[in-house]
Design a protein around this ligand. Structure first.
Ligand code: GRG
Length: 305
């Protein structure tokens, strides 16, 4: 007979944790935007089509795990912040896929928003998701150390013209140009890492993180975000569209500024590993509470899609 103790490590394993957290997030996301039956149905259909298309939910899960690393026992208070970031992320994907940007027809394994609803509704679905995200943040019950105004300000900064949009603009302007690696890093830190740091900080702040915990988690997010985008660059070259749920080989075709394009595939792999190790080192001050984030960080470097 197998003892309870013997099965525990597996029951506590990362895949079960991810499955449970994803379920929580999916349910909260489904409640976060109006139903299709609410007028005008088209916009709510388009918002739900992209939002509920089953991404990895990495950003909301990071928010929940960061809060847990700061001692939060019940993750439900973090769900509005976690969902808000997923809404911003989904808006950025919808807009990035538009013909005037990356012009893509596959996302999360489905036809892109503008292919299904037309460009006008796709633009508006992105706008509506972004706007709704601030409504969600406004509903957070803030902790002592971090007022709601700070959570709103950090969200606006991360999604604004100094971070997410800065990265996207630099990315657009870099197409077809020969960039230095520090310029590619500038893009990656803004286009990708900012949206990884944001949920981690929001989750930590909702859980009333100490200044030392918040600093460690921010450094973790910055390095993990960079590693994540370098790996995304690598997978664009090495994975298939089926594995990715989006068109593979696009960066190369569009002469995008990527790590493999500038320093080569092997050096890019090495850099992704260096940044992941840096991220994991940042967690040391959290002690055993950082274990889940450590597992998450390690698993991201192994992902194939
Ligand atoms: C349009 C303002 C604006 C910004 C666009 C998000 C973005 C910036 C561009 C999309 C293409 C891209 C390579 C973005 C970098 C971030 C990234 C790797 C997004 C994909 O995130 P995943 O892999 O996707 O977490 P899922 O679908 O799992 O959520």
């Amino acid at each position: 007979m197998t003892s309870r103790k013997a099965v525990r490590p597996q029951a506590d394993g990362l895949s079960l944790y991810l499955e449970r957290r994803r379920k929580l997030v999916e349910q909260a996301l489904a409640r976060a935007v109006p139903a299709v039956s609410v007028r005008p149905g088209t916009i709510h259909k388009a918002m739900r089509y992209s939002l509920l298309a089953g991404g990895k939910r990495l950003r909301p899960i990071l928010a929940l795990a960061a809060a847990e690393a700061c001692g939060a026992k019940d993750p439900t208070g973090v769900l509005p912040a976690a969902c808000a970031v997923e809404l911003i992320h989904t808006y950025s994907l919808i807009h990035d896929d538009l013909p005037c940007m990356d012009d893509d027809d596959l996302r999360r394994g489905r036809p892109t928003s503008h292919k299904v609803f037309g460009e006008g509704v796709a633009v508006l679905a992105g706008d509506a998701l972004l706007t709704r995200s601030f409504g969600l943040i406004a509903g957070i019950k803030p902790a002592k150390r971090y007022p709601l105004s700070l959570l709103l300000e950090e969200t606006a900064d991360a999604a604004g013209s100094l971070q997410l949009i800065a990265g996207q603009v630099a990315d657009l302007e870099a197409e077809g140009k020969k960039l230095l690696i520090r310029e590619v890093r500038f893009i990656h830190e803004r286009k990708t890492a900012a949206m990884i740091v944001l949920p981690i900080r929001l989750g930590a702040m909702v859980a009333n993180a100490s200044p030392a915990q918040l600093k460690a988690l921010t450094e973790f997010g910055q390095a993990l975000g960079l590693a994540f985008q370098i790996l995304d660059d690598i997978l664009d070259v090495t994975a298939t569209s089926e594995q990715l749920g989006k068109s593979a080989g696009k960066d190369l075709k569009a002469s995008k500024a990527t790590y493999p394009a500038v320093i080569g595939l092997e050096a890019a792999r090495k850099e992704a590993k260096i940044q992941t190790q840096k991220a994991l080192r940042s967690l040391e001050v959290l002690g055993s509470r950082g274990a889940r984030l450590r597992e998450l960080g390690e698993s991201l470097l192994k992902r194939q899609g």
